[in-house]
Unconditional design. Structure first.
Length: 288
């Protein structure tokens, strides 16, 4: 696949004039010239190298010459495998190349154990999408990651008599990646998981609680909300789930901890914290 400089500028965020200046001054990048009209054309590898230079400048604070020298010294193939797969993923997403995204995710899954694949590869990709990608590419990439997280979670065998967790995102919250990762970790610890997923209204929470009678309900708030809206949404969810205990997590809840505790909910950052809260609740209920 070859791309014109205008496309490269749009995909990498580096202006055409800047790319031409880098080429004149540093001999980087080194595009080919099309035979028909002598236009600059770039390969997939050159796109990845330009992205790496841009990231080193923006995130690591390197100068242009330092960043180009580092990319030249350590080509993509020489990077540690997780980092190499990470770079290939972003490049494939920028090109909207779903087949390459699938290949990258397959290679990463084959190279890592289940926990590393989830926590060290898939979840960091998911967290970076909002700042790296436009809306179309974010939708595409997040769909791939959510699908993989769901597959990994479903592959964990369910323990027949484990405690039951009901997992959901509240109404108008569509980011379920963290919820899927939580489900994976709970299943690995012997929990049974009922996943309702994104944008779950109170009536759906109530119906599910009535049917499965969970030991705990976990709600993932990712979307930022004003205090009044947060109180309303969490209050509706708690009434829908009563009398079952609710644990709330996610960046959209972290800024409302005082309100959250006032309503009687608990807050957890991880599956370990959620299980600790459940044990506290269970011990309190068993006291005479």
């Amino acid at each position: 696949m070859t791309l014109r400089i205008r496309t490269i500028a749009r995909l990498t965020g580096i202006r055409e004039a800047t790319l031409r200046a880098w080429e004149r001054r540093y001999g980087f990048p080194r595009p080919h010239r099309s035979e028909s009209n002598n236009y600059r054309v770039y390969s997939r590898d050159e796109v990845e190298d330009i992205r790496r230079v841009a990231r080193l400048i923006q995130q690591e604070g390197l100068s242009v010459s330092e960043a180009i020298a580092q990319v030249r010294t350590t080509p993509l193939q020489a990077l540690p495998r997780p980092e190499r797969l990470n770079e290939r993923f972003w490049s494939a997403v920028m090109l909207l190349d779903g087949e390459e995204v699938t290949r990258v995710l397959d290679e990463a899954q084959a190279a890592m154990d289940m926990v590393a694949y989830c926590d060290s590869f898939l979840m960091p990709l998911l967290r970076e999408m909002g700042v790296r990608l436009d809306i179309a590419r974010e939708h595409m990439a997040s769909a791939f990651i959510r699908h993989r997280l769901r597959r990994v979670m479903d592959a964990v065998e369910t323990v027949a008599d484990g405690p039951r967790a009901l997992l959901a995102c509240p109404a108008r919250d569509h980011h379920e990646g963290g919820l899927l990762a939580l489900g994976l970790h709970l299943k690995r610890r012997g929990w049974r998981v009922t996943l309702l997923g994104a944008d779950t209204p109170p009536e759906a929470l109530h119906g599910a609680c009535s049917q499965v009678r969970p030991d705990i309900v976990a709600l993932s708030f990712v979307r930022r909300r004003e205090p009044d809206e947060f109180l309303e949404v969490l209050g509706d969810a708690m009434r829908a789930c009563a009398p079952f205990p609710i644990v709330v997590g996610g960046p959209g809840a972290r800024e409302h901890l005082k309100a959250l505790f006032t309503l009687g909910a608990q807050y957890a950052e991880s599956s370990e914290e959620l299980i600790a809260i459940w044990n506290q609740v269970r011990n309190a209920q068993n006291r005479p």
